[in-house]
Design a protein around this ligand. Structure first.
Ligand code: NAI
Length: 300
């Protein structure tokens, strides 16, 4: 379908679907890298709010001397919300960062395929769902690839570029080169459940949750041990609060199902209860910890 090339042209439009934690981070770096960005979210006002927050991030970067004032102004101007999916149809690359659910992602990409140019690359930021399965209903599944960023997107260098069984190599290569042009350190991988990082990380969370359930120590102590003693950047519970328990629980369920119920990946009832309660972590003000006014008070 397409020749191998060195990433997207700087002036190519990038569309980001979903303006939550990941989508807004992706929009931030795409605009800062020179691309006009179209941001779409089904939640009313969410995309506009995300752009407002990104503007504040750019302003802080200017204050810290890490971004020029004019550069920040230009990047901010490149960010636009669109009210309907139709508004993204001129994009050369669409990056999907919606809910971690196969049916929702398939529906979205099928709708996109109907309106996008055939050369447009369709990328999913899924953490764990088979890229092969997301692409399967498409007429041109070769143009769909995983572009898996890590949270927080502006700070985390790694991007997993995931090829499903049908993904064209030129598509994966273009996304790889684009991630490099955005200052990231991409790695090519195939569509195994959880890909690389989430596969390795699942038992890390699972064992920490088992220790908590067994009463070995509270979440704050276990975090401190792993962070300060083990040398991890974050402990498992603060990391799960950052990721969001809805997202993290879905990822565990999906990896568990993909490995036919392998016990190493069994989801935890502790996590399920947090999701049931709507205590999704930082984004809702409460998870294992409280955020905002009661910050850093352990609740687990
Ligand atoms: P989030 O819950 O913060 O944001 C998702 C956004 O998508 C919400 O604003 C929601 O309104 C919107 N949305 C839902 N369905 C939509 C649709 N059909 N069309 C347009 N917008 C829609 O979720 P988050 O954390 O940003 O995750 C998004 C994706 O990125 C998921 O697939 C997740 O697995 C993946 N991911 C998440 C990471 C994390 O640490 N949170 C890390 C890497 C990947």
């Amino acid at each position: 379908m397409m020749e191998a090339q060195l990433g997207l042209a700087k002036d190519s439009i990038v569309a980001v679907i979903g303006s939550g934690a990941m989508g807004s981070g992706i929009a931030q770096i795409a605009a800062a890298s020179g691309h006009p960005v179209r941001l779409f979210d089904t939640r009313e006002g969410a995309a506009a709010k995300a752009i407002g927050e990104i503007g504040k991030v750019y302003a802080r970067l200017v204050d810290k001397g890490r971004m020029g004032a004019e550069e920040a102004e230009l990047a901010r101007e490149r960010l636009q919300t669109v009210d309907t999916l139709d508004g993204v149809k001129e994009a050369a690359l669409v990056i999907e960062a919606i809910v971690e659910n196969l049916d929702a992602k398939r529906t979205l990409f099928t709708e996109l395929e109907a309106i996008m140019d055939e050369r447009c690359i369709l990328a999913t930021n899924t953490s764990s769902i088979s890229v092969t399965a997301i692409a399967a209903p498409l007429k041109h599944p070769g143009r769909l690839v995983g572009m898996h960023f890590f949270n927080p997107v502006p700070l985390m260098a790694l991007v997993e570029v995931i090829s499903g069984l049908a993904t064209e190599q030129a598509v994966a290569d273009t996304v790889y080169a684009t991630a490099q042009a955005w200052g990231k350190e991409p790695v090519h991988a195939t569509s195994t459940p959880g890909f690389i990082v989430n596969r390795v990380a699942r038992p890390y969370y699972a064992e920490a949750l088992r220790l908590l359930q067994e009463g070995a120590a509270d979440a704050a102590t276990l975090d401190a041990v792993m962070r300060d003693g083990g040398g991890f950047r974050m402990g498992p519970f603060e990391l799960m609060d950052l990721i969001g328990h809805d997202v993290n629980f879905s990822v565990t369920q999906s990896v568990h199902a993909a490995y036919y119920g392998d016990g190493r990946f069994t989801p935890s009832v502790v996590q399920q209860e947090l999701v049931n309660a709507g205590f999704l972590g930082r984004k809702t003000g409460r998870g294992f910890y409280r955020y905002g006014e009661d910050a850093s008070k352990p609740v687990a």
